[in-house]
Design a protein around this ligand. Structure first.
Ligand code: PLP
Ligand code: SF4
Length: 345
């Protein structure tokens, strides 16, 4: 069907005509899936590509072209590249780094539902992402076993309907916005019909790595909901936030939705006061409030990103001194078994 902005006249309805894939789906299909392609595109040494190829360790390489376009050509230390390019260090076993560092298994409250905190729970809508971040704490999460499937979702929705202590549902994943609009609409409608729910929160990196996902169809799905909306995006470096991201945020904010950012403190990416300050300033400029700065979760393969807690504290103190209070994210780590994220400092 033509969208309201589509100038073409409506074509006669063909029997069993397939809807054309949305622009964001086509962009995702064209994402870099081979390190050699991305290295060639950036003018980087093929040795780096070979190292990446040998180090993906079961967590595939995946980078949308629009995200790669924000990387500096010819710079192997680019902070966006560092988040997505597998390095040999990933394959080294390091004591204290595990497959499921947050013990999420223990908190599966039924299929696809993670329940740790009072009043709010995570629904794992899909296991897929549009970018594979090498530091991701769910890089080894067994989505299939956790029930993040259509069948599992139905069971999770029944559990949410039965638990009247919940007031907020968080759509998570993977990246929940990788789900089709029809599937999202089904979930949102089901949640809308549960009187105990007041807020819908979405944890997504798509507005940053694939901003075309925030299209008219998605906005329509969300605008139809009675729930108060909160969208938590994920950017770690100011260079991620180009004008396309600003436009995606503007569309979300106009729902209206409260738009927040969570970042992960990563060695070689943003463990620097000036970078974190520019990240906060750029977020505020495009209408996003910095929410959390997470210490790295100790997932196997990510030890080379770790920043010691003492350094995190020093960075936080510098940010407090140089930024308005609302632009300073809370520095947190996740401690399994605690009643909330744990503040550091
Ligand atoms: C982080 C998290 C939340 C949300 O916590 P907030 O502090 O409200 O942002 C909820 N559930 C789980 C399982 C989480 O890991
Ligand atoms: S987008 Fe989020 S869930 Fe997906 S790989 Fe990156 S950090 Fe992990």
């Amino acid at each position: 069907m033509p969208t309201p902005t589509d100038p073409r006249p409506a074509a006669p309805a063909a029997p069993r005509a397939r809807r054309p894939a949305a622009a964001w789906r086509r962009e995702l299909a064209e994402a870099f899936r081979e390190p050699a392609e991305l290295c060639r595109y950036l003018g980087l040494d093929s040795g780096l590509a070979a190292e990446a190829k040998a180090s993906t360790a079961g967590f595939p390489f995946l980078v949308p072209r629009g995200f790669a376009a924000r990387m500096r050509r010819g710079d192997p230390a680019d902070p966006l590249l560092a988040q997505v390019l597998p390095r040999a260090a990933e394959t080294r076993a390091v004591a204290g780094y595990a497959a499921d560092p947050l013990d999420e298994h223990r908190f599966l409250a039924g299929p696809a539902l993670v329940r740790k905190y009072e009043g709010r729970a995570l629904l794992l809508v899909t296991g897929g992402c549009a970018v594979n971040c090498r530091y991701c704490f769910r890089r080894e999460f067994p989505y299939a076993e956790s029930g993040a499937t259509r069948h599992g979702l139905a069971a999770a929705l029944a559990a949410i309907a039965a638990d009247t202590t919940l007031s907020e549902m968080i759509l998570s994943g993977g990246d929940p916005l990788l789900a089709d609009d029809d599937q999202l609409a089904g979930i949102v409608e089901a949640l809308d019909a549960m009187p105990h729910l007041r807020r819908l929160r979405i944890h997504t990196r798509l507005p940053v790595v694939l901003p075309s996902r925030v299209d008219d169809a998605l906005v329509a799905v969300l605008a139809g909901s009675r729930l108060a909306k909160v969208v938590v995006i994920h950017a770690n470096h100011p260079a991620e936030l180009d004008d396309h991201v600003a436009e995606a945020v503007r569309r979300l904010a106009s729902l209206p939705a409260l738009v927040l950012n969570q970042a992960v403190l990563l060695r070689g990416v943003n463990d620097d006061e000036a970078v974190l300050r520019r990240l906060s300033e750029r977020l505020v400029e495009i209408g996003v409030t910095p929410y959390y700065l997470h210490l790295l979760d100790r997932v196997r393969g990510a030890a080379h990103f770790d920043v010691p807690a003492a350094d995190a504290l020093a960075l936080h103190a510098e940010l407090l001194a140089s930024l308005p209070g609302y632009a300073v994210p809370r520095v947190v780590r996740e401690v399994p078994g605690e009643r909330s994220k744990t503040g550091v400092g």
